[in-house]
Design a protein around this ligand. Structure first.
Ligand code: NDP
Ligand code: 2IT
Length: 451
């Protein structure tokens, strides 16, 4: 058995109940064979065996009380995966589906994503199986305080800097940061995605969605194409989906879809700025369901179907796809439907939204396919810029941050393309992103010796 296959097999054997983590490890390692051949020093130092093992896993009990005085117990996680090139960095996800395997997959992906950003950040991820849906602000606050009551001892501005992910946005970061500051009496850059009044960065809320669109623009430019007048299929309706739509509108594309875990809307006339404003109010303030969009704008609503189910069922056409909800939302049949309906470019706002079979179909059909760890790296990149501003106690203008974000996305695109070329699979962004992200971390690990 080859080294790579051996590491994959052992990873599965050790933690058999972590399918998402296995999928992420397989996806990365299966592209790293050329590095095994060219870098015997990495093989000798057992870097491949070491990189799939987190530096540290923290799991904890989170007891909290709801508004009726009932006690609940959730589980909290922080996986500090690798800090070879900088402090652990990565989001917190609050969603009922969260378990150790999901946090490990996200933390593992984050190592390579953060390496690609050009900024000094290691990989980590955390979260809880807490479901913020249907909870009052007071209950969310109680939960965030209870979560931070344990997490605070494991993080720090030079140790580990969490941020948002699914179910963790500005409101949650405010409560988490407020409690950290209270108990430590430190006003420091320990979380990113903070409000502007207390150390946040302009453009951080926008960054993941904007970045995914910038990345699509870079991929299209390779074939002398651009975003103008292209129809874009977007999934989700949260932070990433909203700002993907905003940047698509800025650059002249036509977004036509949105979803949440209850269903999907398709708006053939296009989601314009007024409708986007409505969605932001609906989702961020009223915390309502996307079904209301269909009722208020008289467009079709598909209950219990994902955007990609609807693409398959109704033959929805669009040149661009921006999966921006969750992992494994696009399977092989969805991918084939996208190809059949004229899709030429997929830029992943979500983490691992396409199954391996779906990725194979995109690549066999020569789509421009930007994997999440490259395409959605704008979010964590801007978190890195927030850390820099906090360290220097300065804040940069919107234009400055946006320009840096755009520059980083261009650099990630070029780095991935160059590595794909150099390691023998020209145009393969998956392989290029994995190889480039891996080599930087691997060389740092090598420099430290066996530690
Ligand atoms: P939000 O919580 O703001 O929004 C998530 C959206 O996806 C909601 O519309 C939600 O619907 C939907 N969704 C979540 N889980 C599921 C599910 N299991 N099935 C169907 N729909 C689901 O999260 P974000 O927009 O921040 O995150 C979206 C994706 O982007 C995630 O994969 C995340 O890891 C990734 N990402 C986020 C970054 C960030 O900076 N926020 C950075 C890089 C990647 P509902 O409201 O019904 O739950
Ligand atoms: O998946 C991700 O990159 C994020 N959720 C953002 C992490 C961060 O630290 O900003």
């Amino acid at each position: 058995m080859s080294l790579i296959q051996d590491v994959i097999a052992k990873t599965k054997e050790k933690d058999p109940a972590q399918p998402e983590f296995h999928q992420a490890v397989e996806e990365v390692l299966n592209t790293l064979q050329p590095t095994v051949e060219r870098h015997p020093e990495l093989v000798k130092a057992k870097i491949y065996e070491r990189i799939v093992e987190p530096d540290r896993v923290v799991m904890f009990r989170v007891p909290w009380m709801d508004d009726d005085g009932e006690v609940h117990v959730n589980r909290g996680f922080r996986v500090q995966f690798n800090n070879a090139i900088g402090p652990y960095k990565g989001g917190l996800r609050f969603h009922p589906s969260v378990n150790l395997g999901i946090i490990k997959f996200l933390g593992f992906e984050q190592i390579f994503k953060n390496s690609l950003t050009t900024l000094p950040m290691g990989g980590g991820k955390g979260g809880s199986d807490f479901d913020p849906k249907g909870k009052t602000d007071n209950e969310v606050m109680n939960f965030c305080y209870a979560f931070m009551r344990e997490l605070y001892r494991h993080i720090g501005p030079d140790t580990d800097v969490p941020a948002g992910d699914i179910g963790v946005g500005g409101r949650e970061i405010g409560y988490l940061y407020g409690y950290y500051k209270k108990i430590l009496n430190d006003h420091t850059g320990v979380l990113t995605g903070k409000g502007l009044e207390y150390g946040g960065s302009l453009i951080r809320p926008e960054a993941t969605g904007y970045g995914a669109v910038y990345f699509a623009g870079e991929m299209l430019a390779v074939r002398d194409l651009d975003l103008k007048k292209k129809t874009a299929i977007v999934s989700g309706s949260g932070n990433v989906a909203q700002f993907t739509i905003e940047k698509l509108l800025d650059l002249g594309a036509k977004p036509i879809s949105l979803s949440d875990s209850s269903g999907t809307i398709i708006d053939d006339a296009g989601i314009d700025r007024d409708k986007l404003q409505y969605v932001m109010e609906l989702k961020n303030i009223r915390r309502g369901r996307i079904k209301e969009y269909a009722e208020d704008y008289d467009v079709p609503y598909y209950p219990d179907l994902s955007v990609w189910d609807v693409v398959k069922k109704e033959g929805v056409k669009g040149e661009l796809a921006f999966p921006s909800a969750t992992q494994n939302e696009i399977d092989a049949e969805h991918a084939q439907a996208l190809v059949d309906n004229g899709c030429i470019c997929v830029s992943e706002g979500a983490n691992m939204p396409s199954t391996q079979e779906a990725v194979d179909i995109f690549q066999e059909n020569k789509l421009l396919y930007g994997p999440g760890k490259a395409a959605n790296a704008g979010g964590v990149s801007t978190s890195g810029l927030e850390m820099s501003q906090n360290s220097t106690r300065l804040s940069w203008s919107r234009e400055e941050v946006d320009q840096k974000l755009h520059g980083i996305m261009k650099s990630i695109h070029k780095t991935a393309l160059d590595a794909a070329e150099a390691y023998g699979d020209s145009g393969n962004y998956v392989m290029g992103a994995n190889v480039a992200g891996f080599l930087k971390v691997a060389k740092a690990m090598l420099a430290y010796g066996v530690v």
